[in-house]
Every structure is written in C-alpha cells, then in structure tokens.
Ligand binder design. Structure first.
Ligand code: PHE
Length: 348
C-alpha cells in the first residue's frame, strides 16, 4: 500500500468510530506491534542501506500522518464526553433549595436575654459569679450562720465543709458588695445556675435564677415595688397585676413575696393558679442592715433592695411549659417549637 491508500483506509475505519475503545482498536490496527504502519519496517534488515533510508523515511511520514489523524479524532471524542458530562451535571439554579433545618434559641436563653434587656435599659450591670461557692458567700454573709434553720430550706450539695454548689444567686450579692472597693452605688443583676437536692415535675436539681441588687442612698420599698411591677408587666404582659405579701428571708428586712395575676385565667381562677387567681413570681426585700455591714456598706448611710426569681418559672409561665425537666432534656420536638416565628407572638 502506498501512503494515500493507507490514509484512505484509515479514514474509512475512523468513520464508524464514536467511542474511545473503538478508536483504540483502530490505533492498534495501524500502530500496534503487528499494525499496518509497523509492518512497513518489518523487513528492514534485509534491505540495502539506500533502501533502508527510503523505506525508513516513508514509514515515518506515514506514522506521523496516522498519529496526527488518530489524535485529532481522540480529541474530538474526549471533547464530546466532557460536553455531555457538563450538560448532565449542570445545576438548575431555578430549582427550590433543600430545606436546611435551622436552630432556635433555647427558651431559657430567650428569657435571660429579655430579663437582661429590661434591667440594662434601667442602668443595671449584668454580673457573673461562680457556681462552686463558699459557704461564706452563699450563707454566712447573707445572715445565715452555720446551724441556721434557713439552710434546711435549700437542700444543699456540699463539696466539703467550706465549698458547695450555690443554692441561690444571692451569693453574688455578697460578692458584689465585697468586691466594690470604693463602696459606690450598686445596680446589678446576675442570671445563673443554682443547685438543690430536688427533682420532680416542678423542681429540678439544677435550675436558673436571676438575682438583683440595688444599693444606694435613700432607696426605699417604693423603689423595689416600682421596679418589680415594671418587670412583671414587661415579662408577662401589660395587664399583669402585682401583689406584695409579707414574707421572710434572712438577708432582707422587710421581706416580701411578689405574686402576679394569673396570666392564664386573668385572675378569675384556674388549675394553673390553683383557683387563687395569683401566681408566686419572686422573693424580694430591703437588704438587711447586717448584710450591708458585712458587705462593707454603712447601713446608716446606705440602703438597698434585692430580689431573686426562678428563670425556669418565668420560662414555664411565659411559654406554658408543664414540666420543668423539658427545659433540660434537649428533646428536639420540644425545642423546635421555639423558632423565630414564635417570637412575633410573644407578649410584648
Ligand atoms: N434567694 C432567694 C431564694 O432563692 C430569693 C431572694 C433573693 C429573696 C433576693 C430575697 C432577696 O429563694
């Protein structure tokens, strides 16, 4: 075969090639060990030098031509494969996206943020204190000496005779007064976890409290009343009525218990308020002179009020959560109910 015949026959073979394996077969037929082009030089050893030169030249020309045609076809096939792949894998950006499930703020944190917003807007600082506390800060500096019966009311987890898990955020009252070296006025709240040896539907061994402390000159029970009334309305709705009952806490004198009108029945009586129309919200009172004194504040010059409320109770009231333990079990079915949409329906 001369060069043209070989090329022609190659073109003929390439016509039916659409896939790479077909192409490799054709390639083998021409350039393989026993291929047509390879065969051209098979009897070189029997030729004269002159002939060798000629045949060699001819064979290499044919090989170049064949190779270039094969490469061209291979390139075409590969381009086509790429093209198909791109079309197949293209993304239709007009299709709706897969729904990503979004987290939501825990009801407990939502309550804390709302409480903080309210008090910060009134000029309070938000302070923090340790959960592992000394007996001194949790009890002694709050007028609860060792052996005082009030200790029984707060089933304490003791670590040793000196340290315990704080049973009330009131420990931060003691710390704040003590740490305020310059004895300047104090306006602070402290939200945080507290621990008691309780565990049933309305008590958990761990729960949240927020403490408030104001120390200044000429602070009276009227200031306490005004502040807590505003707070109750902010957290539970404008129509909330507030009532103060005399009570007892070792670190306040006088002490009060603050009730709010039942937001479920509006005060007419229902299961939630046990038919009384009222729900107990928090404990409060004027800071006991002895507590001020232990904190380094002269009770002849300074007065103050303090209050403490359960954050879990607030969350339970506000979101009508029947069992306090739901707040701690991280059940998605429960938590998912507190997505952002829900916030628009919150009592403002
Ligand atoms: N610490 C009290 C409790 O846990 C609540 C309280 C705080 C009462 C501050 C008066 C003043 O029950």
């Amino acid at each position: 075969m001369n060069k043209n015949e070989i090329i022609q026959s190659l073109e003929e073979d390439l016509k039916s090639v659409t896939k790479l394996p077909d192409l490799f077969n054709v390639k083998a037929k021409y350039l393989g060990k026993k291929g047509i082009v390879t065969e051209l030089t098979s009897n070189m050893k029997d030729l004269s030098n002159e002939e060798k030169k000629e045949v060699g030249k001819f064979a290499s020309e044919v090989r170049m031509e064949v190779t270039s045609r094969l490469e061209k076809v291979q390139q075409e096939i590969e381009n086509q494969i790429l093209e198909e792949k791109l079309t197949k894998e293209s993304i239709d950006i007009s299709l709706p996206a897969k729904k990503i499930s979004r987290g939501s703020r825990h009801p407990f944190n939502r309550i804390i943020e709302d409480v903080e917003d309210f008090f910060v807007s009134m000029g309070y600082d938000v302070v923090d204190g340790p959960e592992i506390e000394t007996d001194e800060n949790c009890f002694q500096r709050l007028n609860v000496p060792i052996g005082h019966p009030a200790r029984d009311a707060q089933d304490t987890f003791y670590i040793d005779s000196e340290y315990l898990l704080r049973t009330q955020t009131s420990s931060v009252q003691a710390r704040t007064m003590q740490n305020n070296q310059d004895k300047t006025p104090i306006r602070m709240i402290c939200p945080g976890k507290v621990y008691r040896r309780d565990d049933d539907a309305t008590h958990s061994h761990q729960f949240g409290q927020v403490e408030g402390l104001v120390v200044d000159k000429d602070i009276s029970l009227a200031d306490l009343k005004g502040t807590l009334e505003l707070f109750a309305k902010k957290m539970l709705g404008e129509n909330t009525k507030v009532r103060f009952r005399p009570s007892y806490f070792p670190f306040t004198e006088p002490s009060v218990e603050v009730d709010v009108s039942c937001f479920k029945c509006g005060g007419t009586g229902c299961a939630l308020c046990k038919q009384t129309g009222w729900i107990e919200l928090l404990g409060a009172g004027m800071v006991h002179p002895h507590v001020l004194e232990m904190g380094g504040y002269d009770p002849k010059v300074w007065t103050g009020f303090a209050f403490g409320t359960g954050l879990d109770r607030l969350a339970m009231f506000r979101y009508e959560i029947p069992d306090i333990r739901y707040l701690y079990t991280n059940d998605m079915r429960f938590l998912k109910q507190f997505d952002r949409k829900d916030e628009e329906n919150e009592i403002k």
